[in-house]
Design a protein around this ligand. Sequence first.
Ligand code: FAD
Length: 453
Amino acid sequence: MLLTPSHVAELRMSLCGKLLLPGEGGYDIARKLWNGAFDHKPALIARCVNAEDVARAVEFAHASGVVLSVRGGGHSFSGQSGCDGGLMIDLSEMRDLRVDQAARKAHVSAGALLGEIDRAAQAVSLVTSTGTVSHTGAAGLTLGGGFGRLARKFGLTCDNLAAAELVTADGKRIRASAHENPELLWGLRGGGGNFGVVTSFEYQLYPMPRNMIGGVLVFPFNEPRKLLRSFADFAATASDDFFAMVDIVPTPEGHRVIAIEVCHCGSRAEAERELTALRKIGTAVQDSLGSAPYTELQTRIDKDYPAGRGYYLKSGLIQEISNGLIDRVVDHLEAAPAPRCLASFIQLGGAISRVNQSATAYWHRSAGHSVLLAGFWDQPSDADTPRLWVKTGWKHLEPLTDGFYVNLMAEDDDEQRIRNTYGANYERLAALKRKYDPANLFRRNANVRPAEG
Ligand code: FAD
């Protein structure tokens, strides 16, 4: 179907929210994604305010054949929540959030950000497992997996997804839970945005006191191999209450430091015992570990990830931080143009690894960490050097990884990489895709092709 002004007018009339076209007020703000590496210009942006709006927009995309992208919090590293010339469904105005304290459930609309869930749940001393940066969207994070400071304790965000409501490719509104369309719930737990537009999520919550122990230990980059080895040994035996992210980052002065960002959700005595052992891995030049409200810990690194900056990253999953991997990471960092390149290790394991591989779409349960190389820039003209640094370094690191986290997908990650990361779950996902989205309308994601036949 050719897009005509009358089709567009019909879509506009059918929505409670706004339909924005290039040149209209608000269009240039709405089309922007967090990752400034992308400058997508959709032909239409449907700013949906409810599930009916989403259904109308999906029907329109289905009937017209235009490219469709779905934006929750807009934090896609690969820029796939935007599109050029197609229809972007923008969920950022769908922000309802209700905590049912008695049932320990949070009912969350698709445009909510992680910080909003953390704050609402903690207001009644509850939590769920979310991510590490509070301005990230709950929708994309949940559908791809979701790991953060409490994942080793309570599992991935998708493990705590009890139910979801969504609009499928034919515009139908359905619910997925343990009792209704359970196979679809299986797919939504890690299978990304392949099956429809989720309009609301229901999360399991857990009691949790407001204060935890957390903060950052900063070490100089003078004996990086030794320090990373000691950290890896410590992390291998850490309790599920402990979570750490190691970032080897440039400072504004042009040096490099190793920052270990920690959260401990256990008792104060347990936290002190474990963190005393952690402090012995080296001599920190900065130590901010202490008691703080969980909601504060959850926002502490927000400012390090400003919207609008360009980012490119490659990541992979590893069982353990081996000496070979440490050598390759440090060698590459030492060869780096200092100011715009970093490497990170994000700790996984714990409760994540105790879920059976086929119990949800998320396959690589036994990974102990995710390792990544990232480059960033403020001006598009500065993009080439950090990009090249990530690409060349990744050639050395990738052979030591097994699968990757789809939410850290780069724009050049190919179909084979996606197939590999879903392991033996891929065929089941492909069958589900055929049932709910046979024409692959939802393809701007870590795409699962509909099974043939
Ligand atoms: P969007 O860009 O809005 O969406 C990404 C994709 O998700 C879309 O292309 C679409 O395919 C799908 N999607 C979004 N909403 C819907 C919906 N309602 N229905 C169906 N499909 C949908 N991940 C972690 O697990 N832990 C972290 O600690 C973490 N930290 C991060 C920090 C930063 C600064 C950033 C940028 C990312 C981080 N991530 C983390 C990765 C994050 O999980 C992904 O970027 C995720 O896609 C963000 O979700 P979003 O809704 O903001 O993204």
